[in-house]
Design a protein around this ligand. Structure first.
Ligand SMILES: Cc1cc2nc3c(=O)[nH]c(=O)nc-3n(C[C@H](O)[C@H](O)[C@H](O)COP(=O)(O)OP(=O)(O)OC[C@H]3O[C@@H](n4cnc5c(N)ncnc54)[C@H](O)[C@@H]3O)c2cc1C
Length: 419
C-alpha cells in the first residue's frame, strides 16, 4: 500500500531522531513529519542512559572530547547548537538540571533534577505530540530507495512510506537489545557512502590474571595506563571494577575506544593495561608511606598496612598473589618483599585479550564518514535529501553526556536545515 508523501521521514526515534523531528517542526510548522521506529516505544536507549538517570549533556562541550570525524565538523556543529542551547531547549520543555559533583569536583555532567531518564523521554514524547509529528512504532525500516522525486522507504511489514527528504537516525550497533542493528551503515553504503568500520566503545575488557576472579565485584579509584605495542598511548584515572572476565568501570570505558580500535578494527593485539592503585604515586613514594606504617606497628600482620587504603579482600589477595604469608608480621617482611608489594600496587600489568561484546558497549566508534556530509545541514554530498544524525555518524564522545549532546545538536541542525 502506498501512503502519503511526507516532507520528511526520520528513521529512528532515539534522541537524534526525536530532536530532528522536533526541530524540523519548530522551524517550519507546515512540514509533514513522520518518525518510523522499530521498537514499541520511543527513546528506549535514552531510558537506560546514565544508568537510568540520563546524563543529558555536559557543560564543557570541548571538541577534544569528541573522536572520529574531522574536528572542524564537530566544532561547526557545536558552534551552532552549544551546551547552553541544549539547556535552553530542555528548559523550555520544563526540565531543570543540576551539575553532578563527585569527590568535591565537577566534571560538567548534567542530569535532570529528577535523576530519571523517563522524565526526559516523556516530555520529548509530549513535545512530538504537541508539534504534530507523526510517530509509527513497531515499523522496522528494511530498505530505502531514491526515486525521481524523494525516497521510498520499505519496512519489514512490506509497507511503503514516501518522503521528499529523509533523516537516518538509527544509531550505531551498541545494545542491539534496544533496537540498534547497524542498518544505517548498510543504507549509507548502498548510497555510496564510506563507513568507518564500527567497533564497540565504552565497555569492559577481557583479561586473565590470577587475582581477578578473587577480587571480582570490588572497585577502586585507579590510574590506568594503556600501552599498545609496549608504547604508552594514553591514561585515565577513575573507577575500575574488577570482574570474573577482566576489568570494567569508567576508567576502562574511557580507554576502551583505543583498545577496541586496535583489537576489533585493526585486528592486532599487544594491548596492555597497567594499573596504579595509588593514582599519581610512584612505588618508591608508596614504599616510604607503607614503611612508616610497618614501623609503627611492627608486631601487627604486615598486610594490615593496606587495610585502611584498599578493600581488605584486595589487600589480602595481593599478598597471596605475591606468595607472602598473610600471617607474617610487619617486622618479618623483607626489603625485597616490601618492594614487590609496592611495585605490584603501582604497576599491576594486565594483558588485554579482547573487548566485551556489542551487547555491553555504550557507544559505537566509527560510522558514516563525515567528509561526505555537508557541514551546514548534515545532508549527504552524494544523495541530495538524505541526512545523517547522531551515533550513525563517525563521531563519538567521551563518557560524560557528550554522546547525547551530539545527538541533540546534530538533530537540531538537520531539522533546522529541512525546508
Ligand atoms: C547503557 C547506555 C547508557 C548510556 N548513557 C549515556 C549517557 O548517560 N550520556 C550520554 O551522553 N550517552 C549515553 N549513552 C549513549 C547514548 O545513549 C547514544 O549515543 C545515543 O542514544 C545515540 O542516539 P541516536 O539517536 O543516534 O541513536 P539511538 O539512541 O540508538 O536511537 C536509534 C533508534 O533507531 C531505531 N532503529 C534502529 N534501526 C531501525 C530500523 N531499521 N527501523 C526503524 N527504527 C530503527 C532504534 O530502535 C532506536 O530507537 C548510553 C548508551 C548506553 C547503551
Amino acid at each position: 500500500m502506498v501512503q502519503t508523501m511526507y516532507d520528511l521521514i526520520v528513521m529512528g526515534a532515539g534522541p537524534a531522531g526525536i530532536m530532528s523531528a522536533i526541530s524540523a517542526k519548530k522551524h517550519n510548522p507546515k512540514l509533514s513529519v513522520l518518525i518510523l521506529e522499530s521498537n514499541d516505544k520511543v527513546g528506549k536507549k535514552l531510558l537506560v542512559s546514565g544508568a537510568g538517570r540520563c546524563n543529558i549533556s555536559n557543560n564543557n562541550l570541548s571538541v577534544s572530547c569528541f573522536h572520529g570525524g574531522d574536528s572542524r565538523f564537530v566544532s561547526s556543529v557545536f558552534k551552532r547548537f552549544n551546551s547552553k542551547s541544549i539547556i535552553d531547549f530542555f528548559d523550555d520543555l520544563g526540565i531543570d538540571f543540576y551539575e553532578e559533583q563527585k569527590n568535591g569536583r565537577t566534571y560538567g555532567k548534567l542530569f535532570p533534577v529528577t535523576n530519571r531518564a523517563d522524565t526526559v523521554v516523556r516530555l520529548l514524547e509530549l513535545e512530538l505530540e504537541h508539534l504534530g509529528v507523526e510517530v509509527e512504532l513497531n515499523k522496522t525500516v528494511k530498505d530505502v530507495k531514491k526515486e525521481d522525486e524523494g525516497f521510498r522507504i520499505i519496512t519489514g511489514e512490506e509497507e511503503i512510506f514516501k518522503s521528499n527528504k529523509i533523516v537516518i537516525a538509527t544509531g550505531g550497533m551498541s545494545y542491539p537489545s534496544l533496537g540498534s542493528t547497524g542498518i544505517g551503515f548498510e543504507i549509507a553504503k548502498r548510497f555510496g557512502h564510506d563507513v568507518v568500520k564500527p567497533v564497540p566503545s565504552a565497555l569492559g575488557v577481557v583479561a586473565k590474571h590470577w587475582i581477578l576472579p578473587r577480587i571480582a565485584g570490588y572497585k577502586c579509584e585507579i590510574e590506568v595506563f594503556l600501552n599498545i605495542k609496549s608504547k604508552f598511548k594514553t591514561k585515565a584515572t577513575d573507577e575500575v571494577i574488577f570482574t570474573d572476565y577482566g576489568v570494567s568501570g569508567n576508567a576502562i570505558f574511557a580507554l576502551s575506544r583505543d583498545i577496541s580500535i586496535r583489537l576489533n578494527r585493526e585486528e592486532k593485539n599487544e594491548v596492555e593495561l597497567v594499573l596504579n592503585f595509588f593514582p599519581g604515586c610512584k612505588s618508591e613514594t608508596l614504599l616510604d608511606k607503607l614503611n612508616q606504617r610497618w614501623r609503627k606497628r611492627p608486631g601487627q600482620i604486615g598486610v594490615s598496612c593496606l587495610y585502611g587504603l584498599l578493600p581488605n579482600k584486595i589487600s589480602d589477595n595481593v599478598f597471596r598473589y605475591l606468595k607472602i604469608d598473610l600471617e607474617r608480621k610487619s617486622f618479618e617482611l623483607s626489603t625485597v618483599e616490601r618492594r614487590r608489594i609496592c611495585e605490584f600496587l603501582c604497576k599491576f600489568p594486565l594483558q588485554v585479550k579482547s573487548t566485551k561484546s556489542w551487547q555491553e558497549a555504550e557507544f559505537t566508534a566509527g560510522g558514516v564518514a563525515t567528509h561526505e556530509i555537508k557541514i551546514e545541514n548534515l545532508e549527504s554530498k552524494i544523495v541530495p535529501g538524505l541526512h545523517f544524525v547522531g551515533e550513525v555518524l563517525d563521531v563519538d564522545g567521551d563518557i560524560g553526556g557528550y554522546n547525547l549532546a551530539w545527538a541533540w545538536a546534530t538533530g537540531w541542525i538537520v531539522g533546522k536545515g529541512v525546508e
